[in-house]
Design a protein around this ligand. Structure first.
Ligand SMILES: *[C@@H]1O[C@H](CO)[C@@H](O)[C@H](O)[C@H]1NC(C)=O
Ligand SMILES: *[C@@H]1O[C@H](CO)[C@@H](O)[C@H](O)[C@H]1NC(C)=O
Length: 266
């Protein structure tokens, strides 16, 4: 569990939960799934006590008030399904990407190839929502076997807001680094999935090597950021769905938390 207190710079992220102009046009990345009515949030303001509780639970998770949590509350399974399957997830992600882009556009880059943006992979540039849709949306304990089976299919779609941000950042002259908790064994399949999803180039894809196995994500990822900085890279921005993608020194100049109510990684 990250022990660093949340920097004040993260507070604007709370604005994520408000719905901006992109709301109406967002498209679910799970549109191919059957249209299960139990996964549909009622339009307008739902008065369901569960929905209200689960909305608050999600805020607690996203702000890290919840700290370490294992599986989502049983009464929130259909809420999380509706959130992930509906337009709100896309909208929240769009706003995070939009805020990141506003920050990125304001920067003056040195143009020496050392200006980087770090992206996490799972639930950041690639979405495993189709897997979680078939596995209780995070209500079941993590099954490494079935999740790895999914990873080896290399079928995870791109998060639409992230691939858009990725392309904009490349256009602005950033180098992109992917920093993932996946292991070296999964390098090829991860590269294939990234390419198939539309991520055509990157400065580096960093996966857990032998010496990284067993490290907490926050330790592993901040350690890799330290190595990048030691090589002269300037980490302007970082995007991730877990606080452990973002916290720990050195941090990026700005960090952007993407939504994920399905699981927590410390
Ligand atoms: C995990 O997934 C595998 C492959 O789908 C399955 O055979 C196994 O029963 C699952 N384990 C648990 C504990 O659910
Ligand atoms: C990854 O791909 C490269 C070349 O395509 C190949 O040489 C290598 O053996 C592959 N590694 C794994 C672990 O599959």
């Amino acid at each position: 569990m990250p022990s660093t207190p949340l920097p004040a710079a993260f507070l604007p992220f709370l604005l994520l939960l408000s719905c901006f102009a992109s709301c109406g046009s967002a498209k679910s990345i799970l549109r191919t799934l059957p249209d299960d009515p139990s996964f549909r949030l009622s339009t307008g303001r739902s008065r369901s006590p569960n929905n209200q509780y689960c909305d608050s639970w999600r805020l607690s998770v996203e702000t890290n008030n919840a700290g370490k949590w294992r599986t989502l509350p049983a009464k929130c399974i259909s809420y999380v399904g509706a959130y992930m399957n509906g337009e709100k997830y896309q909208s929240d992600s769009d706003v995070a990407a939009h805020d990141a882009l506003i920050f990125a556009k304001d920067l003056t880059l040195a143009g020496d190839g050392k200006d980087i943006w770090v992206f996490d992979v799972d639930e950041t540039v690639l979405s495993n929502a189709p897997y979680y849709a078939d596995n209780g949306w995070g209500s079941e304990s993590f099954n490494e076997t079935s999740f790895d089976d999914w990873v080896y299919q290399a079928k995870a779609p791109a998060l639409p807001s992230s691939i858009k941000l990725y392309n904009e950042l490349l256009g602005l002259g950033f180098q992109v680094v992917f920093l993932t908790g996946r292991t070296e064994i999964q390098r090829n399949i991860t590269e294939q999935n990234l390419l198939d999803a539309g991520y055509h180039s990157w400065e580096r894809l960093i996966l857990r090597g032998d010496s990284d196995i067993g490290k907490k994500a926050v330790t592993y990822k901040s350690g890799k950021r330290a190595e990048l900085e030691a090589e002269g890279y300037r980490i302007h921005g970082s995007s991730g769905d877990q606080w452990s993608d973002l916290l720990g020194l050195p941090m990026a100049a700005r960090s952007f938390k993407l939504p994920n109510p399905m699981y927590y990684i410390s």
